[in-house]
Design a protein around this ligand. Structure first.
Ligand code: HEC
Length: 160
C-alpha cells in the first residue's frame, strides 16, 4: 500500500522526535530532582560592571517582550504589528551598546548578538514587504535558535 503524503509527514515528524530524544536525555532538566544539588553551571562567565550587566539584561527582557507581541500578532496574521515590534530589536539597538562594553564581549557572543539583531531587521522588512505569516514564523524560529545557542554558552557576573 502506498502511504498518503500526510502519513509520511507524520512518520517523518515522529522520526525527528525519536532522533531528538537523546539530546533531551542530556538536558539538565531531565535529571532526577536529587541530581540538582550537584548541578554545575558550566557556561562561560562574563564579568561585567553591574551597570553593563543591567543594560544587557534589560535588552534581553526587551527581546522577550517583543517576541511575545510578535507571537500574538502572528496568530492573527497581523504582520504590521509584527514588523513594529521587531524593528527596535534590530541593529539600531546594537548601536546603542557602548564601545567600552563591546570591547569586553567575546567574539562568539558578538556574532550571536549580531545574528539576532540582523535577524530582526530582516524579519521586520519581510513582514512588511511579503506579508507571509509562515515565512515570518520560520524567521522567528531561526532567531530563537541564536537565543538558545548563546544562553547555552554564557552567563554574566557583576564584577565587584
Ligand atoms: C549573545 C548572547 C545572547 C543572545 C543572542 C541572547 N541572549 Fe538572552 N541572555 C544572555 C545572557 C548571557 C544572559 C544572562 C544569563 C545568566 O547570567 O545567567 C541572558 C539573559 C536573558 C534573559 C533574562 C533577563 C533577566 O532580566 O534576567 C532573558 C529573558 C533573555 N536572555 C532572553 C533572550 C531572547 C528572547 C533572546 C533572543 C531574541 C536572547 N535572550 C538572546 C545572552 C544572550
Amino acid at each position: 500500500m502506498v502511504k498518503s503524503g500526510k502519513q509520511m509527514l507524520m512518520g517523518g515528524t515522529l522520526a525527528m522526535i525519536i532522533m531528538a530524544a537523546p539530546v533531551w536525555a542530556h538536558d539538565e532538566h531531565s535529571h532526577g530532582a536529587g541530581d540538582h544539588a550537584n548541578l554545575k553551571d558550566e557556561r562561560k562567565a562574563l564579568s561585567l560592571e553591574p551597570s553593563e550587566r543591567a543594560m544587557i539584561l534589560l535588552e534581553m527582557r526587551q527581546f522577550l517582550n517583543g517576541i511575545q507581541i510578535m507571537a500574538d500578532a502572528l496568530s492573527s496574521d497581523d504582520l504590521k504589528t509584527v514588523a513594529q515590534a521587531a524593528k527596535p530589536l534590530g541593529s539600531q539597538a546594537a548601536h546603542e551598546v557602548p564601545d567600552s562594553l563591546k570591547a569586553k564581549l567575546p567574539k562568539e557572543f558578538k556574532q550571536l548578538a549580531f545574528a539576532v539583531h540582523g535577524g530582526f531587521d530582516q524579519l521586520a522588512m519581510d513582514a512588511e514587504s511579503l506579508g507571509d505569516t509562515k515565512h515570518t514564523q520560520k524567521q522567528l524560529a531561526d532567531i530563537l535558535q541564536s537565543c538558545v545557542n548563546c544562553h547555552n554558552l554564557f552567563q554574566i557576573h557583576a564584577a565587584k
